[in-house]
Design a binder for this molecule. Structure first.
Ligand code: DGL
Length: 277
């Protein structure tokens, strides 16, 4: 089976890792539209267009399912994609607010991009959950994604400074759970746990997406997640700096103990879609 995973950058790799725990033997196509990132700062109509093009990209590679491993793309495009493109299922990621609300009865802080934070999809989600409107604070974090995407030797320190300057103050108001509403932030999950100290839990939507993907393609409930596979066969496509980004992706997956076999090594690399406006 062929599975397409889409994000504006390396955040979507965290979703890929979750999917691999349930579906370790499939062929994965990872496409990141980093030329147009950050999606979170863009107009939703424009993000919808790019996401639709990415969907076509996966269709052209005979994907059996497409995962939107990007909360911003899901917010802007999942509903219309599902309406118009019935050929292949679209699985979108959602902030794990429901899980956070049921884990504790304290206050929850959702960290997300501007696009996700302002989106109608989030409003509907909050309104539909008991306690959603009363117990969840939403904080947009413009600029954080770019720091995480860089992955240079200063990125972690700079991400920590961003936390101190923009988020730590809100934490002082007695937050008990943090929801990572952007897949990029998942690369900081361990750090966030450390920064917040004990008594605060961190949630993300990756496991939920992976389970949903399994249900869609296998037609039954997902089992308990397995181990991350030692080897994985991947196709990568980045819309900018493709070679450099591909090496970074291989390195990041290796940090999860995975040896990546680049399926396009001996042929031409997959043609990259230029999605720039
Ligand atoms: N990783 C993405 C998300 O989950 C996109 C971040 C961005 O491009 O702004 O929202």
């Amino acid at each position: 089976m062929r599975i397409g995973i889409f994000d504006s950058g390396i955040g979507g790799l965290t979703t890929l890792v979750a999917c691999l725990r349930y579906l370790p033997d499939e062929e994965y196509f990872f496409f990141a539209d980093n030329a147009n990132a950050p999606y979170g700062d863009r107009d939703p109509g424009q993000v919808r267009e790019w996401t639709e093009k990415a969907y076509e990209y996966f269709l052209a590679r005979s994907a059996d399912a497409v995962v939107l491993a990007c909360n911003s793309a899901t917010s802007a495009a999942a509903a219309t994609l599902r309406e118009h493109s019935r050929k292949v299922p679209v699985i979108g990621i959602e902030p794990a607010i429901k899980k956070a609300l049921s884990a504790d009865d304290g206050r929850i802080l959702l960290l997300a991009t501007e696009l996700t934070a302002r989106g109608e999809k989030l409003q509907q989600l909050l309104q539909g959950l008991p306690g959603g409107m009363e117990r969840v604070d939403v904080l947009a974090c413009p600029g954080w994604m770019e720091i995480i995407e860089r992955q240079d030797h200063q990125w972690r320190e700079q991400a920590g400074k961003y936390w101190e300057q923009h988020i730590a103050g809100v934490m002082d108001t007695g937050i008990r759970g943090i929801v990572l509403g952007c897949t990029h932030y998942c690369w900081l999950a361990g750090d966030i746990l450390r920064w917040t100290g004990s008594g605060c839990q961190v949630f993300d939507g990756n496991d939920g997406v992976a389970r949903q993907l399994y249900r869609q393609v296998m037609g039954r409930e997902a089992p308990e997640p397995g181990r991350i596979p030692a080897r994985v066969r991947m196709h990568f496509c980045f819309s900018a700096n493709a070679q450099e980004k591909k090496s970074l992706a291989v390195r990041l997956l290796a940090s999860h103990g995975m040896k990546v076999e680049d399926a396009d090594r001996e042929t031409d690399p997959a043609p990259c879609l230029r999605l720039a406006p």
